[in-house]
Design a protein around this ligand. Structure first.
Ligand SMILES: [Zn+2]
Length: 251
């Protein structure tokens, strides 16, 4: 199929759907200049990941975690939502998409205008931090100033707990409320659209399978083939911004 036919089929599936869910992975954010950490040559293939237990146990591991986080800020802290994010936002505003389930931690769906309560973050969010003990929220810019003057991020001012980005680390349990909501939204959807995920990370990758088993139409837009291409109703191996932008009518 050529690109025009694929976009037309996608547009028709969206038009015919009563309640859609969008599931996004790194591929939608690479179009905003954010690297895919898990890809070959990505940051996590060059540096050993720091597991959650190490973060809790070692001051040095906490310093290294924060050093990496601030280095990331310097490189792509200014990333902005792209045409793909805007197309998803348009579908949410039109009432077509009930929820966005994302593996991304960059907050770009919220930055595109989608209300935070419609974004289900399976791996958390790196654009702010929280105290691991009392949950108090901290802003990255404030923590960075402290890190640059003292060489470390201070403990929580309320309870002296460790402050960490609001992400799910390696070795940290998946967030139960987010997983449960993602499952509920998946089961309520008659159209499930995957954007930019290779669908190799479980349990996240189980959602499109669940949607398909439950009778939903499954669409996958990803530059590379994915493990679930064979069961999808429509597979498009092209850019997300151009594909979704054209299908939804958003620039
Ligand atoms: Zn605290």
């Amino acid at each position: 199929m050529n690109a025009q036919d694929e976009v037309a089929r996608l547009a028709r599936l969206i038009r015919e759907a009563g309640r859609a869910v969008v599931f996004t992975g790194a591929g939608i954010s690479t179009e905003s200049g954010i690297p895919d950490f898990r890809s070959p040559g990505g940051i996590w293939s060059q540096m050993a990941p720091i597991y959650f237990d190490e973060f809790l146990a070692s001051e040095e591991a906490r310093r290294e975690t924060w050093r990496r986080r601030f280095a990331m800020e310097a490189e792509f802290g200014g990333a902005e939502p792209n045409r793909g994010h805007r197309a998803v936002d348009a579908l949410v505003r039109r009432g077509k998409v009930a929820a966005v389930i994302t593996q991304n931690i960059d907050g770009l769906h919220q930055a595109s205008g989608i209300p935070a309560d419609k974004v289900i973050e399976l791996h958390g969010n790196t654009t702010y931090a929280t105290c691991l003990d009392c949950g108090e929220r901290y802003e990255i810019a404030d923590l960075r100033r402290a890190f640059e003057s003292d060489g470390a991020v201070p403990p929580c001012t309320h309870c002296l707990g460790h402050i960490k980005t609001a992400t799910i680390s390696f070795g940290q349990a998946m967030p139960v409320p987010a997983m449960r909501r993602a499952e509920e939204e998946t089961l309520a959807a008659d159209l499930f659209i995957v954007l930019g995920s290779s669908l190799v990370v479980y349990p996240a990758a189980g959602f499109p399978e669940l949607a398909k088993r439950n009778g939903a139409q499954l669409v996958i837009v990803n530059r590379e083939p994915t493990a679930l291409d064979p069961i999808a109703d429509l597979v498009i191996h092209r850019g997300i911004g151009d594909t979704m932008g054209a299908a939804v009518g958003v620039n």
